[in-house]
Write a protein of this length. Structure first.
Length: 660
């Protein structure tokens, strides 16, 4: 096993030893074989690292790492100088197209399936970007707009109508526009930008050049570790589930990657991709115009099985302890290729918060087919949507996360379960949206609203237990959910769902949205039996069961009429997520009566099986799930009773608990 060294003082013609290091990380990638390490020393590297080989198992990985204690920056951008002042804050530079090669981000549009444009001729955004001292600007449609930028103090979420404050209102006036001339001599790209009171020739100005920063071009380069880098500024494209999903960094349809302890930021679209490849569909709804994206997405599942979509070939990645921020579409994205993966201990924020472009594939974490994926102990805030689990959320666990200041925290769409959501803090105006069935919610606090919807016009797959093999597919009848020992608040004065009750009839605070549903599987079967004969006609009109018990309601939140032991609190109750520097606290105000109910450790034996998939709530190894670790990592003891809250030892009265 060899350690190859890379340094800014090196030479790619050297041998990669500590005494004679390589100059580029990509040269190290060409040299590395299974079991080798590419150690990179302090400095800035502007390149796209393309791994040529993968490892051969956990003990024969190829590892790329920053040298211990050294700061290594890898960027997909290039510095641009020679700006000419046009007038006032407006400057212009002409960049030879040769800089970009055959990929010019100022030509490539943000386009593909699931992009939303109000009008067919709406302005198109591009993969290019302009950074002033490391901070991204905003593209505008015309040169004239560069000189007259609009200052914004808030942006409106397209889905909820809720307005969120802008991180830096002054930065909204830093805008740019590009025009590309394809002359016979290679041509130039002219960028016009508004830098406010800054002289771009006296500051660091960078522009996007490369599509990715660390991403292989081949599939099945397995068992690679990427550790300890700052990875930034990539012109990566829109990543819907019906297309190839390249990002700033990712395995590109492989198995067993570990992406850990990195600072990953300023991906034009997605930072980390655990996603699918192009052969199973690549924006065919947009390019062929013959079928909806939903149909192509359904086809991609079967196409993937034909090319080896299984645990032996794809998935089982680990994304942990990364700082992922300031990206246009997703912090972590993946369809199909994310199966059996773990996403833990990451700090994810300011994802799609500028609303430069919009589509139905945006979130801090956005996964399709998150089979047996564990999303645990992440801090996700200031995103357009915290976490969006779409299609085949089965065996998935969302545990011990803190969500705050997102327009929405958790959205689970068109899935059949079983999935578990436990010991999370949902601190945003919209806590949970379920367009699914078969979930188990245990020990969470919901500071915002709950929304429930049936989806009777989209049949989606479910699978054999802990497998990618399709067992069947069905529409979403809704419910078949379990809510045990959660604290529901009535919004605490937060802005409610912007579209109102007419748009969103099944929206509210608490579990009363399940009123009218049976409370047991036996009662459900009795209702079905009472329907007129007809195999396929008798089920749609019968609501599925809701298994609701031992929850606490306050601040106007209301309980399901069938809940036998609901506790409704009077008086002031508050839960707030407060950030102080790098630390995050949970501030609570709870009356003594709050401890009047509680439950022991909840396991798979306490949770009814899900109806459509016909499966139990299990760990990845097939044993019954055990929900016994709280938000702080403290283990609950069997035989003890714990309050309806993410922190097992929470105190009544006023308290303050560090959670990150």
């Amino acid at each position: 096993m060899t350690t190859f060294h890379v340094a800014t003082t090196g030479d790619d013609a050297a041998d990669g030893s500590a005494e004679r290091p390589f100059r580029t990380i990509d040269r190290g990638a060409r040299a590395a074989h299974p079991g080798d390490t590419v150690q990179v020393h302090a400095g800035e590297y502007r390149e796209w690292v393309v791994p040529r080989r993968g490892g051969l198992g956990e003990n024969r990985r190829i590892t790329y790492e920053a040298a211990p204690g050294e700061h290594v920056v890898v960027k997909g951008s290039e510095r641009v100088t020679g700006w000419e002042q046009v007038a006032g804050p407006v400057w212009r530079v002409r960049v030879p197209n040769a800089l970009f090669g055959d990929f010019n981000p100022y030509v490539e549009e943000i386009d593909g399936d699931w992009i939303v444009r109000p009008e067919r001729d709406s302005p198109r955004r591009h993969l290019g970007e302009v950074y002033l001292d490391g901070v991204a600007s905003t593209e505008v449609a015309t040169v004239a707009e560069v000189g007259q930028p609009e200052r914004r103090t808030e942006v409106t979420d397209h889905w909820t109508g809720i307005a969120q404050p802008v991180e830096d209102p002054d930065q909204t006036q830093r805008v740019w526009h590009a025009e590309v001339d394809h002359a016979l001599d290679g041509g130039v790209t002219t960028i016009t930008a508004n830098f406010g009171d800054a002289d771009p020739n006296a500051h660091l100005v960078e522009i996007n050049v490369r599509r990715s920063v660390f991403y292989p071009l081949q599939h099945h380069l397995d068992f690679i570790t990427v550790r300890g880098f700052e990875l930034a500024q990539a012109a990566c494209p829109w990543t819907p589930p019906t297309a190839d999903q390249p990002a700033l960094i990712g395995p590109n349809w492989a198995r067993g990657w570990v992406i850990e302890d990195n600072d990953i930021h300023d991906a034009k679209c997605s930072a980390v991709s655990l996603g699918k490849e192009a052969s199973t569909g690549h924006n065919w709804s947009t390019t062929r115009l013959d079928k909806p994206g939903y149909q192509y997405q359904l086809e991609s599942v079967f196409s993937a099985e034909q090319i080896g979509w299984d645990a032996e070939h794809v998935g089982s990645h680990v994304v942990r302890r990364n700082h992922i921020h300031h990206c246009g579409q997703n912090g972590v994205v993946g369809h199909l290729g994310c199966v059996f993966s773990t996403i833990e201990d990451n700090h994810i924020h300011h994802i799609a918060d500028r609303r430069e472009f919009y589509g139905y594939e945006i979130g801090g974490i956005k996964l399709h087919a998150a089979i047996d994926v564990e999303i645990r102990h992440n801090y996700i805030h200031d995103c357009s949507l915290g976490t969006w689990l779409d299609w085949e959320t089965q065996g998935t666990r969302v545990s011990r996360n803190v969500f705050a200041r997102n327009s929405r925290d958790l959205f689970v769409e068109v899935s059949h379960g079983p999935y578990v959501v436990d010991h999370n803090v949902f601190g945003s105006p919209v806590s949970v949206e379920s367009f699914s069935q078969g979930g188990a919610y245990v020990g969470n606090v919901l500071c915002g609203s709950l929304r429930l919807e049936k989806v009777m016009d989209r049949a989606t797959p479910y699978h054999r237990a802990h497998s990618t093999q399709v067992a069947g597919y069905a529409v979403i009848y809704g419910a078949d959910d379990r809510w045990v020992a959660n604290l529901f608040l009535g919004g605490q004065g937060q802005e409610s769902y912007g579209h109102g009750a007419e748009f969103n009839p099944r929206f509210g605070y608490g579990t009363a949205l399940y009123d009218g549903h049976p409370t047991s599987f036996a009662d459900y079967l009795a209702l079905v039996d009472a329907q007129p004969p007809g195999d396929h006609d008798r089920y749609p009109s019968v609501p599925q069961p809701a298994y609701v018990r031992s929850n606490v309601y306050a601040d106007g939140a209301t309980a399901f009429e069938g809940e036998p032991d609901a506790l409704v609190l009077d008086g002031p109750v508050a839960v707030r997520v407060v950030t102080e520097g790098e630390e995050v606290y949970l501030e609570t105000e709870l009356p003594e009566a709050f401890l009047g109910t509680g439950v022991g450790v909840v396991t798979g034996a306490d949770l009814e099986h899900v109806r459509f998939a016909g499966l139990e709530f299990e760990e990845r190894d097939g044993s019954p799930v055990v929900i016994d670790v709280d938000l702080l990592g403290e283990r609950k003891e069997a035989g003890q009773t714990y309050p309806a809250f993410p922190v097992a030892g929470i105190s009544t009265g006023t308290s303050r608990t560090r959670v990150w």
